[in-house]
Design a protein around this ligand. Structure first.
Ligand code: TYM
Length: 331
């Protein structure tokens, strides 16, 4: 059985893009993989986080993932900082990674913008910690949204260079599992920007804890153009907001974009947004409800994460110890 690793930053409430790009896929992959799912709190602090909020959000995210269908008994769910192997391997990888490789990372460029000098060194070496997350478990398959593709290519470059520099065949190749539909869900306020849990506007995203009224309001206010829905996907070219809404509908209803358009061709956005609201509410509302229930027992959530961390540690420790021996650390 192949091992899966994936992670999500507890830097906010997961949104619909996290769900369609990653979480839904995680839930499905559990049937035939050995899965390790991680709340990457060390990645989250590459941008300053309020400490109390980070703690609460870590527990809330654990609750959301359990509510969405992650099975923390058969598989592993834990927070990254609880397993020190991640930090140790990340340091080794920082020494393998070339600056030129990091300079090419588009996510750093997007996040840092023009104000590069004022961002943390952690944000810059973020992808080498990500490679360490995956390779500390020798995981071979990584389900992510499209925005993480470049980071996974870098993880492969790091693994290969480590193997080459030390003359070993130690780290395996990593395969990105990117969903065929909705691999990049866009903001509801701007169809050219990715939907993000850290966008300052809460109106730009649907959060997995939103109730039906909030979802309806956000979809009603979502930016659209003045046209009607076209007959097929070709008619959505150059209409990023319309394309995004139809893509969300298609992914949640398990239909192709063309099939959705065949049903709604010629409709204005008023009625289409109503139909979309129904589809989103029926996917999200059960998760939100179960999350509220699980959040009533924070001690239980904390113990789920602790047990996950122990089991994660048992896998990662021998692998990272071996990597430390390979580079020549006296043990
Ligand atoms: P994060 O927290 O930004 O996002 C978690 C997952 O959600 C996907 N995603 C999206 N997919 C589609 N449309 C969107 N708008 C959207 N926004 C987010 C992301 O692609 C991701 O799969 N670097 C990672 C966390 C991480 C990780 C890892 C992932 C740390 N170590 C090791 C895989 C393996 C991140 O920031 O995710």
């Amino acid at each position: 059985m192949q091992r899966i690793f994936s992670g999500i930053q507890p830097s906010g409430i997961p949104q619909l893009g996290n769900y369609l790009g990653a979480i839904r896929n995680w839930v499905n992959l559990q049937a035939d993989h050995e899965c390790v799912f991680c709340l990457v709190d060390m990645h989250a602090i590459t941008v300053w986080q309020d400490p109390e909020k980070l703690r609460t959000q870590t527990l809330t995210q654990a609750a959301i993932l359990l509510a969405a269908g992650i099975d923390a008994e058969k598989h592993i769910l834990f927070n990254q900082s609880a397993v020190s192997a991640h930090a140790r391997l990340a340091w080794i990888f920082n020494c393998v990674t070339r600056l030129g490789w990091l300079n090419r990372m588009t996510q750093f460029k997007d996040k840092a913008g023009k104000d590069r000098e004022n961002h943390s060194a952690g944000l810059y070496v973020y992808p080498s910690l990500m490679a360490a997350d995956i390779l500390a478990y020798k995981a071979t398959r990584v389900p992510v949204g499209e925005d993480q593709k470049q980071h996974l290519e870098l993880a492969n470059d790091i693994a290969q260079k480590f193997n080459h520099d030390y003359g070993v065949e130690f780290f395996p190749a990593v395969e990105a599992l990117i969903p065929p539909a909705a691999a990049r869900v866009m903001s509801l306020r701007d169809g050219t920007k990715k939907m993000s849990k850290s966008d300052p506007s809460a109106q730009s995203r649907i959060e997995l804890t939103d109730d039906a009224d909030t979802i309806a309001l956000k979809i009603r206010r979502a930016k659209t153009d003045t046209g009607v829905l076209p007959a097929d996907a070709a008619g959505l070219a150059d209409r990023p907001e319309a394309r995004n809404l139809v893509t969300i509908y298609a992914a949640l209803a398990d239909l192709s974009v063309d099939a959705v358009l065949a049903r709604h061709e010629g409709e204005g956005f008023g009625p289409f947004k109503q139909a979309l609201t129904d589809v989103v509410v029926s996917a999200i509302a059960p998760i939100a409800q179960e999350t509220t229930r699980l959040m009533q027992d924070e001690a239980h959530l904390a113990s789920v994460l602790r047990s996950g961390a122990q089991r994660a540690q048992a896998i990662a420790e021998p692998i990272v110890s071996e990597a430390e021996k390979i580079v020549g650390f006296l043990k």
